[in-house]
Design a protein around this ligand. Sequence first.
Ligand SMILES: NC(=O)c1ccc[n+]([C@@H]2O[C@H](COP(=O)([O-])OP(=O)(O)OC[C@H]3O[C@@H](n4cnc5c(N)ncnc54)[C@H](OP(=O)(O)O)[C@@H]3O)[C@@H](O)[C@H]2O)c1
Length: 302
Amino acid sequence: MRAVGFHAPGGPEVVEVLDVPEPDRDDLLVVDVAGAAVNPVDLATRSGQIPTEGTTLLGWDLAGTVLRAPHGSGFAAGDRVAAMTAPLGTGIASMAERVALDPAFAVAVPASLDLLVAAALPLAGVTAVQTLRLAGLGAEDRVLLVGAQGSVGSHVAGRLLARQGPTDLVVRPGDADVWAVRLEQSEALGTVRTSPDTIGPGTYDVVIDTAGVPTLVDAVREGGRFVTITPFSAPTPEDHPSVDVRLTSVEISREDLQDVVARAASGAGVLPDVESLPLEAAGRAHARLEAGGVRGKLVLVP
Ligand SMILES: NC(=O)c1ccc[n+]([C@@H]2O[C@H](COP(=O)([O-])OP(=O)(O)OC[C@H]3O[C@@H](n4cnc5c(N)ncnc54)[C@H](OP(=O)(O)O)[C@@H]3O)[C@@H](O)[C@H]2O)c1
């Protein structure tokens, strides 16, 4: 069967569709993959920024239909499911025609939710939930979210805007209008900002950075929190002793994924626009994401 991977790290051109064995384990959930979203971690793995050894298969997100389910797993053939497979820890990559995974990773996808949209949710949505938990926001906290238009950022933003609290958003200039309307129609009170350089020092109780703008650590008041999801561009805590710098390290969580999927199915928050591409376009998808400016998710369809 076909799966996306690479033999040696490099540019987007090293990404290939490889011929790999069919999953044959009876103790795992075997999913016929409808879609697998491309995420920045796939680019970091393929480029060698995250080291791997030998031929490496890619993909963290999937949604699809169960082909075979182990007895007692709570799933049956034909069920619609989504999962975050976290291949760097589990060895299970999602960009393949069929994937075998621990049933504990999977959640049911309600009939009301398109499978390709479900395929775009796991990593970004679960990261958002875990980042907000790490941020530990109080009701009165003045919050700045950096990168609200991004994949993780839009999940965080959707949740922040449902909270009645002071919330400012940093987005790219081209995204400002749409986010100004969302902010206006939300429970939150705040403004959309497009020039992070003009934000004064010590303005916020909490800054949540989903875009990799570590200089905004200066926008946190003394004793406040800077919560980032970008390990390669995080402020060094020793350089900012008066700020509590926290870094999300996303973990597989069925409960968090269930929360993300249920919220999307109910229409709450901001659903990602999805562009579907064949597996063979994986390298082009990497090149587009690397260039920046992609909005929504690129989802590979086997
Ligand atoms: N720590 C973890 O557990 C974890 C989990 C998931 C993701 N991540 C990492 O988090 C990062 C974001 O992931 P993602 O999936 O959300 O990526 P994404 O969809 O590409 O979102 C990143 C967004 O940040 C925007 N951005 C960059 N610089 C900006 C600036 N100065 N002002 C405003 N916006 C800016 C980008 O805009 P442009 O496209 O216009 O550049 C893009 O919309 C990646 O580095 C990813 O690897 C970490």
